[in-house]
Design a protein around this ligand. Structure first.
Ligand code: ZN
Length: 177
């Protein structure tokens, strides 16, 4: 099976805290959507830089609160490691996200950067304008959270990324290799 993954969260002390995580199938309608607990932190020990960045994300980016409760990270990890096998492929956009995902989840499946596929197919310019267009068009329909902008919702982004991979036929090109 082929999946698109995206997530949103906070970068604290050089570590990425995942708050919203989505794994959506490209081959079917299956979507798995998680809101996760934040780790327990002593706020007094946080650098003001980290506190400011948390506030900024809460107010202006994904708008998920640090204190929002959800599932424990270990539940997500065991769900994914149970689900994904060597035969599965995950598509994720951007090398930073890909690294965070692999480091924290350590999945058995193949993980590919959507940006690499796009540059391979020489569609990076089309991609940017098309993605922006699509993200603006999708009505805000995150089932778990209210985000002001679609491009800060992991759920909406996986839909758009999957659609673009299918539209641009990148997915098939890759499979033909
Ligand atoms: Zn969302």
């Amino acid at each position: 099976m082929n999946y698109v993954v995206d997530f949103e969260g906070f970068s604290v002390k050089g570590f990425f805290v995942i708050k919203e995580f989505v794994v959506a199938s490209i081959d079917s309608e299956e979507k798995n959507h998680f809101i996760l607990n934040s780790p327990i932190l002593n706020w007094n020990y946080l650098r003001s830089k980290d506190r400011k960045s948390i506030n900024y994300c809460e107010k202006y980016l994904h708008q998920i609160r640090w204190g929002t409760r959800g599932k424990h990270f270990s539940e997500l990890k065991s769900f994914l490691n149970h689900k994904l096998t060597e035969q599965d492929t995950i598509f994720i956009k951007g090398s930073d996200k890909l690294k965070i995902f692999c480091k924290q989840i350590n999945p058995k499946c193949v993980v590919k950067d959507i940006n690499d596929l796009l540059s391979y197919a020489q569609v990076s310019k089309d991609w940017t304008s098309k993605a922006k267009e699509l993200l603006a068009l999708v009505p805000n329909k995150c089932p778990l959270y209210f985000h002001k902008l679609n491009h800060h919702c992991a759920f909406v982004k996986t839909e758009v990324f999957a659609q673009i991979l299918l539209d641009l036929n990148l997915f098939n090109q890759m499979q033909d290799e």
